[in-house]
Ligand binder design. Structure first.
Ligand code: NDP
Length: 400
């Protein structure tokens, strides 16, 4: 049992608030804080209506360390679940160290002025968290998060050596809009317009954006064109599982989405630097976010499902074997339960389970860790109980 503070009241924050409330025997006191308090209040009302559980709300600027520290000292949480934006990771970690609070997030740090994500900034906090006797759990969403835990589970139970890892992420949902992103548009567009990158034979291989693609088959969905993109969990997985010879991340995109993305880039709306407009400085991608559909509000008419998993080839008892572990999540079911769509749901549920792991003392040790460094078994059990059941297939043709 312990107090939890959730930071960020977007789509993912909505799901985390609902799921921690459903687990209120573990999370004894819950607070949701974000930049805009009215959003926290609206979520708290929904949570109360759906679960009967009261959650406290507060306004906080998570870019401001002293403001965070005074909130932490007042509420005294044992754990902060950071589901604001990757830009806030370091300020929240600094405040955790100052106020003696444990930390969990779902996305690694990105500087605002450079579309680049890397663990180096957060891994640099390792010693500080160790010395303070505090736990920091990094990347506990679905990808990164469940995909890394799936890999750890496969390594523990099904392989002596993992050689080939393909993380496959398919969203076969339809939200009925011409163009929308499924999570924060600024972060999403920065991620998918980057150059592609994958790991092969001990080094990173860079590709042009969306250069490598082919149709992959997804369970209950069928074939979908899938593109190799760089994704953050690859960085920690190849380090923590050094037998991996090749690791790639595939994501499905529709033609309409890619066309919109190309136009957005060509006309300069994906720029992350400041431009002068009517005597004011604006960042085009931030302006674009303001006019695009709010990902947290896509749920109402969203149909179809997501399918995310790991396709692994390696050696067990001297023999080669293949293994595919995945979860399919229905947007409609996610919306019924939490008022948010499947992409927010598949991120918010694992963040909550990470919180449960911490509160139960199962994932609690001083330092900064990626999720695959913990015991995957209790987490895997909770996935089945908290709404993200998983399935395994052995010796199938993985076609990748
Ligand atoms: P949203 O943009 O919907 O929500 C972000 C929330 O953070 C908003 O409520 C926003 O406030 C708040 N926020 C932003 N800046 C600050 C600040 N300085 N101080 C306080 N609050 C702030 O994003 P999502 O909910 O879609 O995503 C949340 C996180 O989850 C992101 O980091 C994203 O990268 C990550 N994610 C991880 C995935 C995974 O599988 N690992 C998948 C999808 C997302 P306001 O409402 O005022 O704008």
């Amino acid at each position: 049992m312990g107090k939890v503070l959730i930071i960020g009241a977007g789509g993912v924050g909505t799901v985390v608030a609902h799921k921690v409330a459903q687990n209120h025997l573990i999370f004894s006191d819950i607070m949701l804080a974000s930049r805009t308090k009215s959003k926290c209040d609206a979520i708290a009302r929904d949570v109360k209506r759906r679960t009967g559980v009261e959650i406290k709300t507060e306004q906080v600027d998570a870019d401001n360390v002293p403001e965070l520290v005074s909130l932490f000292q007042e509420f005294k949480p044992e754990l902060v679940i950071n589901v604001a934006l990757p830009y806030q990771d370091l300020t929240i970690m600094d405040a955790c160290l100052e106020a003696g609070v444990n930390y969990l997030d779902t996305a690694n740090y990105e500087p605002k002025d450079e579309a680049k994500f890397e663990y180096k900034w957060q891994w640099a906090y390792r010693e500080k968290f160790e010395k303070a006797g505090l736990t920091a759990i990094l990347g506990c969403g679905f990808d990164p998060g469940v995909t890394s835990i799936f890999t750890a589970y496969a390594a523990k139970h099904h392989f002596d050596e993992i050689h080939y890892l393909d993380i496959v992420d398919c969203n076969a949902g339809d939200h009925g809009k011409a163009f929308a992103t499924n999570f924060n548009p600024e972060i999403n567009i920065r991620e998918v317009t980057q150059k592609g990158k994958y790991w092969e034979n001990g080094q990173w291989v860079e590709t042009e954006p969306h250069e490598i693609h082919k149709p992959l088959k997804y369970p209950e969905i069928g074939p979908k064109e899938s593109y190799v993109i760089y994704h953050e969990e690859l960085e920690s997985l190849v380090k923590n599982f050094p037998t991996i010879k090749r690791a790639r991340f595939w994501m499905t995109f529709g033609q309409e989405y890619l066309t919109h993305l190309r136009v957005i880039q060509n006309i300069g709306m994906a720029r992350i630097d400041e431009v002068e407009y009517n005597g004011q400085k604006i960042v085009p991608i931030q302006f674009l976010k303001a006019v695009l559909p709010d990902p947290g509000k896509l749920g109402e008419n969203y149909t179809g499902q997501t399918s995310i998993g790991c396709r692994i080839r390696g050696i067990k008892d001297g023999k080669e074997q293949t293994y595919y572990i995945y979860n399919n999540c229905s947007h409609e079911e996610a919306y019924k339960e939490t008022g948010a769509q499947g992409v927010s749901y598949t991120t918010g549920v694992p963040a909550t389970i990470g919180g449960i792991m911490f509160m139960q003392g199962l994932w609690k040790k001083p330092g900064v860790f990626n999720v695959e460094e913990f015991n995957p078994d209790p987490f895997m059990k909770q996935l089945n109980e908290q709404g993200l059941p998983w399935h395994e297939l052995f010796d199938v043709n993985l076609e990748v």
